[in-house]
Write a new protein. Structure first.
Lengths: 438, 210
């Protein structure tokens, strides 16, 4: 994209000369007064304090999943916390910074090295953002941490002080398995989401340790993952509120990134046509079981122009479907960008990227028509994986494993035929208690 | 940056001035490594209700499928000879040493009839390459065996990860490959560039390979 085509951010009164309003690509613009995100006002901390009601509080704290794999891989629904690897990794003591600092003469070479290291460790996407106070949590509001603690000697620093001292933020993330994700609102989809999440946590912990071994600081829990994801060029922000990546679409995690003083070369926000696609597509808004995704235009929230999802209605459904799944994932699954990492997918996103702006709406209409035709308007295909089968109706039991002659106490309630999967709850059921966005 | 053809295979890292540090320099503080964290993590409890299982053959294929999903590239199941089991375990408790970690694991692993062996590719031998990068096969192996053994315990069965010096022989017994003159495993898929993760000993009803 040429400089002339870039949408320049509007001037902001509070933006200092040292930290001018950052350019975040075409999908997100800071156009008003911006207050740093207070981590304590995000959904999970609010729920931990019981501010979202008893059903959500009890779902988060007092439920044990009936699925063995979920008890191992998902946060908070385990029978024994020691089986959850993220707890082991995050609660461990922090290592010391190596006093023998490795000199960095070429930040570009070090940036390439850190990306190669993260990929070697198993990360699917690695990008680097130039630190900016707007990407950091508000001072005094606490750090983001899933288990354990993210406290360090810089906890009292303001976002500006942190951005000065630690000028780079590394986002290394993992993608969810495409085939399993097709069983969204199902335990199979949960497996795709949660296993890649714990693997991602382990990779980030290992990368954090490696940066310390190089002799530099690595801070955790300080930066807002989505802001860093967009600023570093992991992807663009979609209508569904997810960062959409060129290779993996919406099926990438946005984990807690690493802020560091290691000399690096930062990446830039990208344009892969999400701005043009989301204006027209609306597949996620149509299929969201809770109507939490807007059909309308972008809004300005906290000085940021973007599509704003209703996180509360998205969150509120979970206690009622706990027996069937843990993470909905429907908006990520139906997103036309979420495809297998194949040549034809890369060709399509490249075509969108290179297409002139005036011609993009026509191209998007064509691509959406192809997507509806070949992948369907809603995704309800049957997925079988190991002993799991999304063709078994929610609440029923059946062993559908070929050639299994073991006697099952609960099996045989339904004869499963065809290629239709059942994903609870059905949209018509949720329409009764969640009103569609105006 | 060196010119690289897209079909020229895996990254050589020859133009990376820091790669050797990543692979070969042992960490100054072991707390900075994930391998130590996972190795030292205590095992959790066995879920009180046993999950309904399929036949041993199908359960074995599901265990392999699960291990593969966690990242294992080769998976085999070996039947353990009951009385030779503890002889191969390491570290063994010495006489008068009391109930150490080795002793605890030995007692936990007794009477477990199967060993699940998972292997991953190893570009560098973790026994020689002591850097965080050189230890990456061990880290990947620990991830797989930690999650796999936790999952089996959540199914309601016993499962324990055992540091077994005889892992390569068990892998050969499970049909993952053959042992060469030095007792190292050679596999059809990965050749000698393979790392055998610590075996998971379990009483989950399985069908053994080999």
């Amino acid at each position: 994209m040429s400089k002339a085509e870039k949408i320049e951010p509007a001037p902001q009164a509070s933006a200092s000369a040292e930290f001018p309003t950052p350019y975040l690509g075409r999908t997100v613009r800071i156009i008003g007064e911006f207050l740093n995100v207070d981590m304590n006002q995000s959904p999970h901390p609010k729920n931990q304090r019981g501010e979202l009601g008893k059903p959500l509080f009890n779902w988060y704290h007092n439920t044990v999943s009936k699925d063995p794999l979920t008890r191992v891989s998902a946060p908070n629904h385990f029978a024994d916390r020691r089986h959850f690897l993220s707890t082991v990794v995050n609660q461990a003591a922090k290592g010391k910074i190596n006093p023998k600092k490795v000199p960095v003469n070429d930040p570009a070479a070090m940036a390439r090295h850190i990306k190669a290291v993260a990929h070697y460790m198993g990360a699917d996407v690695v990008q680097i953002a130039k630190a900016h106070p707007n990407y950091l949590y508000a001072s005094g509001g606490g750090r983001y941490v899933q288990d354990g603690t993210a406290k360090d000697e810089y906890s009292s620093h303001t976002p500006e002080q942190l951005a000065r001292k630690f000028p780079y933020i590394i986002m290394a993330t993992t993608a969810w398995d495409y085939n399993k994700l097709q069983a969204h609102r199902h335990l199979i989809g949960d497996a795709a989401y949660h296993v890649s999440q714990i693997k991602g946590n382990m990779i980030l912990k290992a990368l954090e340790g490696y940066i310390k071994e190089l002799g530099y600081t690595a801070l955790r829990g300080v930066a807002v993952p989505q802001a860093v994801g967009i600023a570093s060029g992991v992807g663009e922000l979609g209508r569904n509120g997810l960062v959409i990546n060129k290779k993996f679409g919406a099926r990438v995690h946005m984990p807690d990134p690493i802020m560091t003083d290691l000399p690096l070369l930062a990446d830039e926000p990208v344009d892969i046509g999400v701005e043009d696609f989301c204006k027209i597509c609306r597949k996620c808004a149509n299929t969201c079981p809770t109507n939490s995704i807007p059909f309308g235009d972008k809004v300005v929230h906290n000085g940021v122009e973007k599509y704003k999802i209703n996180w509360l209605t998205c969150y509120k459904l979970r206690p009622y479907v706990h027996d069937h799944w843990g993470s909905c994932l429907t908006c990520a699954t139906v997103c036309p960008y979420t495809k297998p990492n194949a040549w034809w997918h890369n060709l399509t996103t490249s075509a969108l990227h290179t297409c002139p702006f005036f011609a993009r709406p026509a191209l998007v209409h064509l691509l959406k028509w192809i997507d509806d035709k070949f992948w369907g308007v809603v995704r309800n295909g049957r997925v079988q994986w190991l002993g799991y089968d999304s063709g078994v109706k929610p609440g029923e039991h059946a062993c559908t494993v070929a050639s299994c002659n073991a006697s099952h106490e609960k099996a045989g309630a339904s004869a499963v035929t065809g290629n239709v999967g059942y994903y609870a709850p059905l949209k018509e059921n949720t329409n009764r208690f969640v009103k569609r966005d105006a | 940056m060196a010119f690289k053809l897209p079909w020229s295979g895996k990254e050589s890292h020859r133009d990376d001035p820091y790669w050797d540090f990543f692979i070969n320099t042992a960490p100054a503080d072991l707390t900075n490594t994930v391998t130590e964290l996972i190795r030292k993590a205590p095992a959790g409890n066995i879920f009180p209700t046993k999950a309904e299982l399929h036949t041993p053959e199908i359960t074995a294929s599901h265990v392999k499928g699960m291990a593969q999903y966690f990242g294992a590239e080769l998976i085999g199941i070996a039947k353990l000879p009951k009385f030779s089991l503890t002889e191969s375990l390491s570290p063994l408790p010495l006489a008068g040493e009391g109930e150490g970690e080795g002793a605890r694991k030995n007692s936990e692993a007794e009477d477990l009839p199967f060993a699940i062996i998972c292997a991953v590719h190893a570009d560098y031998d973790p026994r020689i390459a002591k850097g965080i990068g050189g230890q990456m096969p061990a880290q990947n192996g620990l991830f797989i065996t930690f999650v796999l053994s936790s999952w089996i315990r959540e199914l309601g069965f016993r499962a324990t990860v055992v540091r077994d010096t005889n892992a390569e022989a068990l892998a050969a017994q499970a049909g993952l490959g053959t042992l060469n003159g030095q007792g190292r495993l050679i596999t059809r898929k990965l050749g000698a560039g393979v790392y055998i993760a610590d075996p998971v000993y379990t009483d989950l009803p399985l069908a053994a390979d080999g």
